[in-house]
Write a protein that binds this ligand. Structure first.
Ligand code: YXS
Length: 259
């Protein structure tokens, strides 16, 4: 059974996350289906894509499937990780991707929706970026992606507390575009889509790519990169990392000892 619902209407692709049993957590399986859908939409030269969950959903996505995180000794978030791959797919997609969000968004799913070009959320949505809660050394590209949307003191608060923030707060800090009453969310999103799909697709496509390339134009010398990777290696080899994942599976609060 497919883990997403894929549709096309009037030159717009729709991807609906559809794995309620696993709270739309981002397993390799669901991500493979999402990427396949994007590749098909690219061939069809669609004008926009909407990424959403089922109407009225409580949890938009519970984030990276924790069961697919290594238990230590292996980098949990490398270039080839499905989560990293789907984020690049969205960022490089030829046309605007709109995240239409209901429910709570967790962990890596926040980075996935933030990889979208425009984020329109129900006013009742929440966003929690949770590596600190699990002991996960988030990867350097992921942290850079967060920094692109939210300025430092605010993204540090979100990362260090790992607590959910409201859609209103997310708009206030520039993390999302709009927080809309539930009953108006679809109309608001589709009205914006109507405008975008009537504008010049080639111009929009090249402007989207310019923005992607320029926002990545950050110089990082190899030594600095190696130093960060060395630090991340210590974290994913730490007993805190194991404790974070074990506590999650044992449904208890983790006790981090800083070792
Ligand atoms: O006990 P069963 O087998 O029924 O499974 C439970 C949960 O273990 C499971 N589940 C997940 N499984 C894999 N990966 C997940 N991310 C995940 N989240 C939940 O779903 C079943 C129902 O969960 P339950 O009982 O907690 O549901 P709930 O309605 O009481 O609470 C819903 C949530 C989303 C508030 C709660 O499940 C939750 O807090 N989930 C974890 C959210 C989270 O911290 N996600 C981050 C994943 S790691 C990640 O994205 C990055 C690597 S990082 O951490 O670096 O940001």
């Amino acid at each position: 059974m497919s883990l997403i619902i894929k549709e096309v209407h009037n030159n717009v692709g729709f991807i609906t996350l559809n794995d309620p049993k696993r709270l739309n957590s981002l397993s390799a399986e669901i991500i493979e289906e999402i990427i396949t859908a994007f590749n098909e939409f690219k061939i069809q030269k669609l004008r926009s894509v909407v990424l959403k969950a089922a109407k009225g959903v409580k949890v938009f996505s519970a984030g990276h499937n924790v069961r697919e995180l290594p238990m230590g000794g292996v980098d949990p978030l490398t270039y080839g990780d499905p989560l990293r791959t789907v984020i690049r797919t969205i960022q490089k997609h030829h046309c605007p991707v709109i995240a239409m969000i209901e429910g709570s968004v967790w962990g890596g799913a926040c980075e996935m929706v933030m990889a979208c070009d425009i984020l329109i959320a129900s006013e009742n949505s929440t966003f929690a970026i949770t590596p600190a809660k699990l002991g996960v050394p988030y990867d350097i590209v992921g942290v850079l992606n967060f920094m692109k949307s939210v300025n430092l003191p605010l993204i540090k608060e979100i990362l260090f507390t790992a607590q959910p923030i409201s859609a209103q707060r997310a708009v206030q800090i520039g993390m999302i575009n709009h927080a809309i009453p539930d009953h108006e969310l679809e109309k608001f999103t589709y009205d914006m889509l109507d405008i975008i799909v009537k504008n010049a697709p080639l111009a929009i496509s090249v402007i989207k790519e310019e923005l992607r390339v320029l926002s990545n134009a950050i110089q990082l010398n190899p030594n600095a990169f190696e130093k960060i990777q060395c630090g991340r290696r210590q974290v994913y080899n730490s007993s805190d990392y194991k404790e974070g994942l074990t506590a999650f599976f044992e449904k208890r609060k983790p006790v981090f000892k800083g070792e």
